[in-house]
Design a protein around this ligand. Structure first.
Ligand SMILES: [Zn+2]
Length: 414
């Protein structure tokens, strides 16, 4: 490590950074690492796509803490949004009630698969005043304009818009239409301009603002919550890779426009999980809920299934994947019960191999291959060979970094 007066040093842990398209060392040091991950819009329970994203940042947090690095993690709740208001209307409940119910279900499901609690889970609806301040600042600095009670960010004011995603204007326009950005909105000066503030429809929540009663756009929420709860630069900002554009691209624009720069040091994005040939999504009705899988296998098997996929590679859920993960969990349980021991140097070698995989862009599939080899070794090794390290304890310690320590605890089920 490089010494000196810098508050943060570099660790061996490297992550692929979307902005620079390169592996970058994660900073470690005396102050807590600031981690912001975009949270859910609470109108549906926790599905495998959510689980894969939050598992990734959970492994990151566990690894950093094992290095003695404190992590301050924030995950927002987008409780004011077109989708949640629409679903609340359809179900005849208030948006607050829907948000409370679904957030509680989501928290329960994530806790069931040992996703660590975040330090703060701020709700958008509780921070609208800060959003109004930020939008006012953008307006004052000439980055925002008004039209019929709406306020938009003027993208042409920023040359770097598109640099995070690396997309050209045509591709951004196509994705904007697909992801609710409404490029054909006639009030806009340009198709990629995005909403900062909008008037509320009758029955929708509304806040008083300089632009009339209304509600904030989606992107402004995360700029405000990330910088407000953590301070800037945010060390690591993450989310699903469908958020690179327009959400995170627009967050950067808002930060630059308001003079909050640098905003984020490292951007980490997690690939999508599919089912039946399509990305898992509410609109396609192909969601696989964590709660359903928990009825079929122990939680550790779900963690092992998630860890069997690299966070930057999209994959598709199938039942055989769940069965393979459950078989792996049983092998680990059997290995942990085998009573084998290792000498200290041998244990250090296994640990080193496992951690080297985790530290290389969270290569959890590679780490599991090391755990597989260790488990095989423990089953084949002579029982109680007199080594100082109990094999089951080592396996449990390593799997704990993947949130799957329970795989190596207790007698094998069934
Ligand atoms: Zn966000």
């Amino acid at each position: 490590m490089v010494g000196g007066t810098a508050a943060m040093l570099q660790s061996m842990l490297r992550l692929f950074d979307t902005a620079t398209r390169s592996l970058r060392p994660v900073p470690v040091g005396d102050r807590p690492l600031r981690l912001y991950v975009c949270g859910i819009t609470p109108y549906e329970g926790g599905h495998l796509g959510h689980a894969f994203t939050y598992h990734t940042f959970d492994v990151l947090t566990r690894r950093l803490r094992s290095l003695g690095q404190d992590v301050h993690s924030v995950r927002n709740v987008t409780d004011v949004d077109d989708d949640i208001l629409r679903v609340a209307r359809e179900r005849g409940v208030s948006w607050e009630e829907l948000a409370n119910t679904v957030t509680a279900e989501f928290d329960r499901d994530m806790a069931a698969i040992s996703i660590l609690d975040v330090d703060a889970a701020p709700r958008a609806s509780q921070h609208v005043a800060d959003m109004i301040d930020w939008i006012s600042e953008l307006e004052r600095r000439g980055y925002a304009y008004r039209a019929d009670g709406w306020v938009y960010f003027e993208v042409s004011r920023l040359r770097e818009y598109g640099s995070l995603s690396g997309l050209d204007a045509g591709e951004m326009r196509r994705l904007s239409a697909e992801r609710g950005g409404d490029p054909d909105d006639p009030r806009k000066r340009a198709p990629l301009d995005f909403v900062l503030w909008q008037p509320s429809l009758p029955g929708e929540p509304a806040w008083a603002s300089p632009w009339g009663d209304g509600r904030p756009g989606w992107h402004i929420e995360c700029s405000v919550l990330a910088s407000g709860h953590l301070g800037t630069p945010v060390d690591i900002h993450g989310g699903g890779d469908d958020l690179v554009f327009p959400h995170h691209e627009s967050e950067i624009a808002q930060a630059v426009g308001a003079g909050v720069s640098p905003y984020v040091s490292l951007w980490v994005h997690v690939a999508m999980v599919g089912y039946h040939g399509e990305k898992m999504s509410k609109s396609l009705g192909n969601l696989v809920f964590v709660s359903e899988l928990l009825e079929r296998v122990p939680p550790a098997a779900i963690r092992l299934m998630l860890a069997a996929h690299h966070h930057r590679e999209a994959w598709e859920y199938t039942d055989p994947l769940l069965e393979a993960a459950e078989a792996r969990r049983r092998r680990y349980a059997q290995a942990a019960q085998a009573g084998a021991t290792l000498d200290t140097r041998e244990a250090e070698r296994w640990r080193g191999e496992f951690l080297a995989r985790v530290d290389e862009d969270l290569d959890t599939p590679g780490a599991l291959r090391v755990a597989d080899a260790l488990a095989e070794h423990l089953v084949g090794a002579p029982r109680a060979a007199g080594g100082a390290v109990e094999g089951g304890t080592l396996l449990r310690e390593l799997l704990d970094l993947l949130g799957a320590a329970a795989a190596a605890a207790g007698p094998p089920a069934g």
